[in-house]
Design a binder for this molecule. Structure first.
Ligand code: CP
Ligand code: NVA
Length: 316
């Protein structure tokens, strides 16, 4: 059960009155972890663990409920984990690919408003973060950020659950992020610092994260020293394809390979949000090693998102 205090503070921060079928409701959106406190995140992780071990209690918890999934970028894990997750909770998910819908013809706020009249929740993967904010502003139902240029909060919920499962607890651990300081890195800095993990980020100059609650260094070995977790992400995020050539050059000293992993703690884990570009940001020997927990991370996307959807729908 969630504490009333968390609920009230969160609703106060995020809530606004919206009208659906003439009824006034208070909405809570999930656009960035910055809007949520430690207690809220911990409760979500606990709920996710409970759901994960036994879905039977929750199999009707989204009965007659629909999730709209708006995709302006491609996806494997986000689409599949949300869609399969909704099925496990007894609901229905609609995949809305922006290029074959009318987003190019109508104003984003108008399209979002219409979608929210048919559905109970919206998840959106967008280019600019302001697009998911615009969808949330127009929506009569809660909106979840499924990745924007600034943040990827669902990924970090899954990551925190995975670390907790593997290490037993979160506070006091050191996570080293090596690579590009953008959406995944920003959300890691926010989520980890709220839950008491120390974060060291090693980036090339000019690729620092927007979120600063971390040790920022340009030296990879310094970042991974004494790390319990080494995390990386692609060097070329979706939408940055034109910069590929330059990025390959700048990021080449930032590969996570066996030599770098040897500088971390001997029981350090390797994490990656995926998709991974083998031979670039990570070597095959690391991603395929016993230290790698990338597929557990991927699976946990579904369980944490299911907990999140139930929470936003107000059913738990
Ligand atoms: N990690 C993640 O969000 O994967 P997709 O881009 O495949 O959805
Ligand atoms: N930084 C990557 C994350 C993919 C899950 C991107 O935005 O493409």
């Amino acid at each position: 059960m969630f504490y009333l205090g968390h609920m009230l503070s969160t609703l106060f921060v995020l809530g606004h009155n919206a009208f659906k079928s003439g009824k006034s409701i208070t909405l809570m959106h999930f656009l960035t972890l910055k809007d949520f406190d430690k207690g809220f995140i911990e409760e979500l992780l606990n709920l996710a663990s409970e759901i994960k071990v036994d879905y039977s209690k929750y199999k009707e918890s989204m009965a007659n409920k629909t999730l709209a999934m708006i995709f302006m970028k491609t996806s494997t894990r986000t689409r599949t984990s949300f869609e399969a997750g909704v099925t496990k909770l007894g609901g229905h998910a609609i995949f809305i690919e922006s290029r074959v819908s009318n987003f190019a013809l109508g104003a984003l706020k108008d399209e979002a408003k219409c979608i929210s009249r048919y559905t109970n929740l919206i998840m959106a993967r967008v280019f600019g973060h302001q697009q998911v904010e615009e969808i949330a502003k127009a929506s009569a139902v809660p909106v979840i950020n499924g990745l924007s240029e600034y943040y990827h909060p669902c990924q970090i919920l899954a990551d925190l659950l995975t670390i907790k499962e593997k290490k037993g607890s979160l506070a006091g651990l050191k996570l080293a992020f090596v690579g590009d300081g953008n959406n995944v890195c920003n959300s890691l800095v926010v989520g980890c610092s709220k839950l008491g993990l120390d974060v060291a980020v090693a980036v090339p100059k000019g690729f620092e994260p927007m979120e600063k609650n971390a040790e920022i260094t340009y030296n990879v070995e310094e970042a991974v020293k004494k790390a319990d977790i080494v995390y990386t992400d692609t060097w070329v995020s979706m939408g940055q394809e034109k910069e590929t050539k330059e990025r390959m050059k700048v990021f080449s000293p930032f590969q996570v390979n066996k030599k770098l992993m040897a500088k971390a703690n001997s029981d350090a884990l390797f994490m990656h949000c995926l998709p991974a570009h083998r031979g670039l940001e990570v070597s095959d020997e690391v991603i395929d090693s016993g230290q790698s927990i990338v597929f557990d991370q991927a699976e946990n996307r579904m369980h944490v998102q299911n907990a999140l959807m139930l929470r936003l729908l107000g059913g738990v």
